[in-house]
Ligand binder design. Sequence first.
Ligand code: UDX
Length: 447
Amino acid sequence: MTARPRLTVIGTGYLGATHAICMAVLGLEVLGVDVDADKVDRLNSGVVPFFEPGLPELLTKALESGRLRFTTSFREAAAFGDVHFLCVGTPQRADSEAADLTYLDAAVTSLAPHLDRRVLVAGKSTVPVGTAARIAARLRELAPAGDQVELAWNPEFLREGFAVDDTMRPDRLVFGVTSDWARDRLRAAFQPVLAQDVPVKVTDLQTAELVKVAANSFLATKISYINAMAEVCEATGADVHDLAEALAYDERIGGRFLRPGLGFGGGCLPKDIRAFAHRAEELGVGQAVGFLREIDGINRRRRARTVDLVVASCGGDVAGKRVAALGAAFKPNSDDIRDAPALDVAATLRRMGAEVVVYDPAAMDNARRAHPELGYATSALDAARDADVVVLLTEWNEFREIAPSALAAVVRRTRMVDGRHALVPAVWAAAGWDYRALGRPAVQGRS
Ligand code: UDX
C-alpha cells in the first residue's frame, strides 16, 4: 500500500466538502461522494454549495491539481479509497431530541458491500456514544472483506466561518481506534496536517465519540453561563458586558465563548446538547448531564427576552410597528440559518403583528426560503428605512461599522436593540439613539 492513502469523503455537506477540499489542497488524492447528483455536479464544476470564506478558491485549486473529484458511485468510492471518511449529517430527529442516524446508516449500507480489501473507515460525524461500535459490527457483517475492514472515529471540531483554517490547522486531532494499524493509517492520511506539530490524542472509539459532544456541551455551557449572569444583571441594574470582561482576565476562565447576548444557534450546539442529554438518559446516567437541559432553557429564554426588549423599546406593543432586523444567519461569516436565533426573533415579532424587514450580508436566500412571511431589504440602511426600532441579531462586522448618524437619517425612531452586544452604547447614545441590550442598563439618547 502507498505511504499516502487515497481518501474518500462520504457526504459533501459542510463538513465533508471542506474536509475533501482541504485534504486535496494538502496533497492527498481525494474522491468526494454524495447521493445528491446535483451537488456532485456543482462541486465538480467548481461551485461550493454554501458560504464559507476561502473555500471556493481552494476548490478551484484542488480541482486544477487533478487530486480531487466527486462522484455519486459507492462502487467507485470503494475501488478508489484506502481510508473512507464518513461525513454525513446527524441532525435532530423530528420526533425526539435524539440524533437522526438515517444518513449515517445509509452511507454504511451503501459502501460496505463494495469493500473487498483491507481498508479503514473513519467516522467524522457527531454521533451518540456507542454508535461507532454498532457501525464497526455492521461493516464486518456487510463487507466482503469482513474483519479486514476496520472502523476508527475521528471527530471534527471545525467552526463555520473558520472551516478552512480549522481543517488545515486544527487545535488537535483525535484518533479513536482499536488497533495500531488504524492509528497509523490515520497518521498517514493526516501527515501534512501533523507536519505542522498538531497534537494527536489517540483514544478508544467511545472516548473519541464523547470528546466531540463533551466539547460542544462545554462551549454551550459557557455561553449559557454568561447569559444566566445577564438575567441576574437585568434584575439588579448591573452590566453583564463589564462583568464578562472582568471575568475574562482570570486565565482559568478566559474570555472566549463568554460573549453574552442572544445565545447560540446553528446546526451543532443546540442539537448536540439535546442528543447528549437524551443519550445519557438511555445509558442510565441522565442525571450526570441533566444540567444541559437547563443550558438549553437559558439559551431559549434569550430569544424570548430579546423579543421583550424590542416590545419594551416600542412602548409595549409592536403591532403595526416597522422593525429592521439586522442579521439572519446563526452567526457572522456564514449563510447558515439552522436554528438561527436571529430568524426566530424576527419571526416571533412578525407573529406579534410587526412589519419585519430583514437584511443579512450572506443568508438572504436561505432566510427568504424559510421565512417568506418576512420582508427583505438589500442593505442595512434599506432595511432601516422608516423603522420604529432597529434590532441587531447577528454581529456581522458590516453592522458594527454602521455610523449611528447614517442610520439615524433613515429611521422613523432612533431605537436600537443590540441583541449581540456588538455596538458601543455611549457612541449610539451620543448620536441620539435609545440603546438597549440584554443584561445591560438601557441608555437614553442624548442628541
Ligand atoms: C460549533 C463548535 O464551535 C465547533 O467546534 C463544532 O465543530 C461545531 O459547533 P459553529 O456551530 O460553527 O461551531 O459555531 P460557533 O462559532 O461555535 O458558535 C455557535 C453559536 O454560539 C453561534 O450562534 C454564536 O453566535 C454563539 N456564541 C458564540 C455566543 O452567543 N457567544 C459566544 O461567546 C460565542
